[in-house]
Design a protein around this ligand. Structure first.
Ligand SMILES: [Zn+2]
Length: 177
């Protein structure tokens, strides 16, 4: 069940069915490798960018991987060949690794060159692809991680310490702060 674990790790980027369908409607190649869609009427599954005619939404279901679709009784489309990793889906996998690396080291600032070395890309390529896939730069991603951790920590703070800091704030107020 190793793939299940890997899927779990990517849950952050898990798509809703509505998002997936939107990607299919636009034949968005950026989603290739992230899921496949299966068509009940033809028993065929495709990558999001497949050039074939769009099926009606009612006939479509989504699977995370070609294996899942095949377990569901579908066969790979001969046109878009969803089993073959495209250059794009390989890029996705690399960026996913970069993202996991940042998540793992979220307690410190990871430089672009360190990250590039960790995933085996040039810094400029990494910067560009990361932004394309994730939507923000590695730096902004780390910032967002930090903010999230900060919020989590604050929520777990006890109410007494919150009271205490409010008390201290008031104190500072009167002290002319
Ligand atoms: Zn297809």
């Amino acid at each position: 069940m190793a793939t299940m674990v890997a899927d779990q790790e990517i849950t952050q980027s898990r798509l809703s069915d509505a998002d997936a369908w939107y990607a299919v409607e636009r034949r968005d190649a950026r989603y290739d490798g992230r899921f496949v869609y299966a068509v009940a009427s033809t028993k065929v599954y495709c990558r999001p960018s497949c050039p074939s005619r769009r099926p009606s939404r009612a006939n479509v279901s989504f699977y995370a991987t070609p294996d899942d679709a095949e377990r569901g009784g579908y066969r790979a489309c001969l046109r878009c060949r969803p089993r073959n990793g495209s250059a794009l889906s390989e890029a996705h996998a690399t960026i996913e690794r970069a993202r996991r690396y940042l998540d793992k080291h979220s307690d410190r600032i990871v430089s672009l060159s360190e990250l590039a070395e960790a995933v085996g890309l040039s810094t400029s390529h990494l910067q560009r692809s990361f932004k394309q896939v994730v939507g923000i730069s590695p730096k902004a991603y780390q910032e967002a991680n930090r903010v999230r951790r900060f919020k989590t920590r604050n929520i777990s703070a006890t109410s007494s310490s919150l009271l205490w800091s409010r008390e201290r704030l008031r104190h500072n107020d009167t002290a002319g702060w």
